[in-house]
Ligand binder design. Sequence first.
Ligand SMILES: [Mg+2]
Length: 174
Amino acid sequence: MNLNEYRTSGKYLEYLHVQYIGILEFMTSLIANMKKTNADFSKCMIIFDIDETCIANTQSTFRGKSFYKKSIPGALSLFNYVRKAGFKIAFISARDVSALQFSAQQLAELGFRGYSYIFHQDRKKEPDSNNWKRKVRKHLSGQYKIVASIGDQIGDIDTNCDYGFLLFNPFYKV
Ligand SMILES: [Mg+2]
């Protein structure tokens, strides 16, 4: 199997699914513990990245012709699970700010509904995606307790969240 086949045959998505099963298990325990302490879920937030986290997008950009447009297996289940538990949900994606409407529509079509915020990067002002994501989390952490952040790049998960889940992405680093 060549590397492109690994990406497109479903093997890559299968492994992401396995990771999501683990995250869901972890969050199930965490939520049970939070309920015991009467946590206010509306003041708690879960953050998701978009590309290679909720949507398989390794083959193209948002204007690309060979657009995958496929949700990552397990992502929507986790999204709905934490939303129903009462968490606020934010998407922080390094897609350019010009793609905001496109992303909102794409997420809705794939079933990701009921989130509170979506942030896209203004690449002219903020060229470094990892640093920009950290800044957005820092800003949100003034208002919410960020319980978990899920993404495929280090800047998605390394600061300002109680638990960071870094998904397998051997294809690119930003
Ligand atoms: Mg990503």
